[in-house]
Design a protein around this ligand. Structure first.
Ligand code: ADP
Length: 468
């Protein structure tokens, strides 16, 4: 049993976005209950931190093995609660598990420094120690990976962690918790606490004196709210917020590779990722040829229930999301955009939106400034490199950017000029546990994955030893 389920209405009801049917009901924790769990976590973390890094690593490695041996069950849960096609859900479980494997190893390398001294009789050194008890708030679009990329480095660093998963997707989170405890993570040290009061729990996480660090992935609006509240307790923050990724196709690009990259970047999870291409900038001379190729590929997408074999585009997370995407498309059309494919709700069911291509989009349209979070390709034409860079950077966001070009001088210029935390050059998929994921500007603070992801959960202590 990977999680306990209650009767309908007795807690948080979890719906399948493809059918709108209830699939489970889980306990909804109150802020009072969560405060007690934070205190229990804080009491238990000393013993966890006192284990050697290798001992923690062995437990984490066991957790990784358990997650991978339950890959099919976890993937089925992810598809049922988030709607993404099963093949993508399997991929997410492997991707999510990879963070556990990575940090099981990386935790052993939390090195300090010895620094050449400034005075005889004194020695200067640094050590790295876990920040203490941590909290996390995660979104519904990657119900497994957004948790493991926070929890694994926290546990590896000797911290305790209390996670509030998204209301829509608590099931895979609870399953991960069960497997972590089975692997040997002490129950108090890692807790998953679904709730129907996200705002109250956000405030609790920011203001409880024993929470030393909060890691949040979600909207910029909520991230800003948390940052304001965290000021009270000077709580350390990692924030992975919204994006508005440009995807630029220059006239020297390999167009077929660019189309492959766009399909991967745009349509993963039906366009519901913070690194999905959000604005497609195409240079004049290749504009029509590129669009013709994209049209062909979009026509081959299969919209349907993610649990059905062959589905490539699942439902959006809920009907409000379908409405929001529809309104952005309608607004763009009113302002002069041309629909080359799709354009509205899909006949497959209430939660589905048709894969859509919009040509003649201009940067001032809402579809080019809002995070779409749906399967819509808005195409903006540009004349030259400086114009493309200007349009690409003209946003408060700075998470991921992509471009396709072959000229090596151009590649360096554009890579350096893009004001983003991550740049995909001739590639549409950049996420991996080995690289630092994160944004600048309104897209957030801090990095997840790679050796930098461990630093987010470590404090650097400087020690001066005198009397030598
Ligand atoms: P999305 O639009 O992708 O759902 P949100 O930022 O609303 O993005 O949600 C991401 C996470 O933030 C979810 O776990 C959600 O429950 C949580 N959340 C929503 N509102 C608040 C809030 N006021 N304080 C803290 N967490 C919140």
């Amino acid at each position: 049993m990977l999680f306990a389920t209650l009767a309908a209405g007795e807690g948080l009801d979890v719906l399948n976005p493809a059918t709108q049917q209830r699939i489970a009901t889980v306990k909804a924790y109150s802020t009072e209950e969560i405060a007690r769990l934070i205190e229990a976590a804080d009491a238990a973390r000393g013993a966890w931190a006192a284990r050697t890094a290798k001992e923690r690593s062995v437990v984490l490695r066991r957790w990784y093995d358990l997650v991978m041996s339950h890959q099919e069950d976890l993937a089925a849960l992810v598809t049922a609660e988030s709607g993404k096609p099963l093949a993508e859900a399997r991929g997410e479980v492997a991707y999510g598990a990879a963070f556990i494997e990575w940090f099981a190893e990386e935790g052993k390398r939390a090195y300090g420094d010895t620094i050449p001294t400034f005075a005889n009789g004194k020695r200067v050194l640094t050590i790295r120690q876990g920040v203490g008890t941590c909290a996390a708030i995660t979104p519904w679009n990657f119900p497994v990976a957004m948790i493991t990329r926070k929890v694994a480095p926290a546990l590896a660093a000797g911290c305790a962690m209390v996670v509030k998963p998204a209301e829509a997707t608590p099931l895979s989170a609870l399953a991960l918790e069960t497997l972590a405890h089975e692997a040997g993570v002490p129950a108090e040290v890692f807790r998953v606490v679904p709730t129907d009061d996200p705002a109250g729990v956000g405030t609790l996480f920011c203001t409880h004196p024993q929470v030393r660090k909060l890691s949040f992935t979600g909207s910029t609006r909520v991230g800003q709210l948390l940052m304001e509240q965290a000021a009270a307790n000077v709580t350390r923050l990692s924030l992975e917020l919204g994006g508005n990724a440009p995807f630029i196709v220059f006239d020297d690009a390999d167009l077929d590779a660019a189309v492959d990259g766009l399909m991967a970047s745009k349509f993963r999870n039906a366009g519901q990722t913070c690194v999905c291409a959000n604005r497609i900038l195409v240079q004049d001379s290749v504009h029509d040829a590129f669009l013709a190729k994209v049209q062909e590929r979009v026509a081959a997408l299969v919209v349907g229930d993610g649990a059905q074999p062959g589905t490539t585009i699942g439902p959006l997370i809920n009907e409000a999301a379908v409405k929001k995407v529809g309104a952005l498309v309608a607004d763009a059309c009113e302002a002069g955009a041309r629909v080359l494919a799709g354009g509205g709700k899909s006949p497959v069911g209430t939660g589905f939106f048709e894969p859509t291509i919009l040509a003649d989009v201009t940067p001032d349209m809402a579809v080019a400034s809002a995070e779409i979070f749906g399967p819509v390709v808005p195409v903006i034409r540009f004349a030259d490199e400086p114009q493309a860079i200007r349009i690409a950077n003209d946003t408060p966001y700075g998470l991921a950017a992509y471009f396709y070009a072959r000229d090596v001088g151009r590649i360096w210029r554009v890579m350096e000029a893009l004001e983003y935390g991550m740049v995909g050059v001739n590639d549409g998929i950049i996420s991996t546990e080995v690289a630092p994921f994160g944004g600048i500007k309104h897209s957030g603070l801090g990095r997840e994955g790679s050796r930098h992801g461990l630093d987010e959960y470590l404090e650097l202590k400087y020690c001066l030893m005198g009397g030598i």
